[in-house]
Write a protein that binds this ligand. Structure first.
Ligand code: ADP
Length: 263
């Protein structure tokens, strides 16, 4: 039906309509392509742990081993893979809820302090175990800002979790906030592995991981930053990243102080 409306581009008046329709078709195609890539990625991500679980369960069922240590080792792998599978499904559900805006944003006044407390409750232990110093650089007096506290805590958790995950033991993670024009700026700075320039534009894509095998070892799903991006977009903000390989990475989140939902 769309094709029937395509008018000659050099015609007067109708031309603009044709351009819009063409763009509509292209956007639909892009969406379809993205969707089918997504389904292919999800299937792959789900199949890998399932194949491994099935392999170890079958080995244990068929022969078992006389070695209780070995049996325990196999069961631990099964437990790990099952955990990874549940994390993945959990994050997929989160992402699709956010993308479809089915999550009703609970807009209210938020403080960086409360977001930080929540993020530390989740990430603090891991940082400690890796002997990574977590520092907070938060001015005492920041004007109030508005947003969905659960969603914004998720942003900080995902960024801090990555910073801790991709920083070797003994490094540091610093969270700073400041006012940047009429925006609130939140930086998460780490002294970790860094990200190569050619990978930077892709890290917010779903399932994109710089080093697939190593990221898996570190327990990543490749969905964390996609979730971050969508939440920030939902708040009318933006995110930037700067990185130097071997030195560290800085993620900077900019949020409007006065959200559109609030005015
Ligand atoms: P994952 O679950 O794999 O961490 P993310 O979407 O959170 O997925 O991140 C995508 C990829 O970006 C990661 O696999 C990692 O390669 C890279 N990355 C993200 N944050 C950092 C960081 N702070 N330092 C180095 N690399 C990072």
């Amino acid at each position: 039906i769309f094709y029937l409306h395509v008018a000659p581009l050099h015609g007067s008046g109708q031309g603009g309509g044709a351009v819009v329709i063409m763009r509509d078709i292209t956007e639909r195609r892009n969406m379809e392509q993205m969707r089918s890539e997504f389904v292919a990625n999800v299937s792959h991500e789900l199949r890998t742990p399932l194949t491994s679980i099935r392999g170890f369960v079958e080995t244990l069922l068929e022969s078992g081993t006389d070695d209780p240590e070995m049996n325990k080792h196999f069961l631990e792998i099964i437990a790990d893979e099952t955990r990874r599978l549940s994390n993945l499904v959990e994050e997929l559900l989160n992402l699709s809820k956010i993308e479809e805006r089915r999550v009703v944003h609970r807009w209210r006044q938020v403080t960086i302090g409360e977001l930080m407390d929540r993020a530390l409750a989740v990430c603090g232990e891991r940082a400690e175990a890796k002997q990574i110093a977590v520092k907070a650089n938060i001015p005492a007096r920041l004007p109030p800002f508005y947003g969905d506290p659960d969603m914004l805590a998720q942003v900080l958790i995902n960024l801090m979790d990555n910073a801790i995950k991709y920083t070797p033991a003994g490094g540091s993670v610093t969270v700073s906030t400041s006012l940047y024009g009429d925006e609130l700026r939140l930086d998460v700075v780490d002294t970790g592995a860094g990200i190569a320039a050619e990978s930077l534009p892709r890290i917010f894509e779903r399932f994109y991981r710089v080093e697939k095998a190593r990221s898996r070892e570190w327990g990543g799903t490749g969905l964390g930053l996609a979730i971050v991006k969508h939440i920030i977009k939902g708040h009318g903000g933006r995110i930037e990243v700067k990185s130097a390989v071997g030195k560290g990475t800085t993620f900077s989140v900019f949020l409007p102080m006065d959200s559109p939902e609030n005015s």
